[in-house]
Design a protein around this ligand. Structure first.
Ligand SMILES: [Zn+2]
Length: 153
């Protein structure tokens, strides 16, 4: 017999999503709606996660939902990047007209990276380790695309 793992998540489904993203991600998206970066911190090893997660990947500690939240700034460091003519957010990898720069950014105060476009920057100017800042959508809706991308600080 194989082992069965059953996960139960309690909460309400928000209508604007196609699926329930979970209580941790919901808190993150609520933050984005207010143009804030909401992270959580492992109470055991102190690692800080953007987006927040339930279980620390480093020490396997469960991070309680009712505490361990931290607000971070919307600035970060570019840790890696790639230049590609392909869209990253579509399964079909449809070709786009123009090359776009995709960056991995470590938000200041966090131990993880998030992947977004780098905007208003020429390929020749890019260096890993450079400081970047979020460019927010004018109107946010509590979704990943509230972050348009990152620009130079
Ligand atoms: Zn930990």
């Amino acid at each position: 017999m194989s082992e069965k793992i059953i996960n139960i998540t309690k909460g309400l489904v928000r209508a604007e999503f196609n699926f329930w993203v979970g209580l941790y991600m919901d808190k993150f998206y609520d933050g984005l709606e207010q143009k804030k970066i909401v992270a959580n911190k492992c109470p055991k090893c102190g690692d800080v996660f953007v987006p927040p997660r339930k279980i620390c990947g480093k020490c396997n500690e469960t991070i309680a939902l009712d505490q361990n939240w931290v607000n971070l700034t919307d600035t970060g460091t570019l840790t890696n990047y790639t230049i590609t003519p392909y869209k990253i957010n579509e399964r079909g990898s449809r070709k786009v007209k123009k090359d776009q720069i995709i960056g991995m950014v470590q938000i200041d105060g966090s131990n993880t990276t998030i992947v977004y476009k780098l905007l208003k920057i020429e390929p020749a100017e890019i260096k890993t380790g450079m400081k970047v800042k979020i460019e927010w959508q004018e109107k946010t809706k509590g979704a990943p695309e509230d972050i348009k991308g990152f620009v130079k600080v």
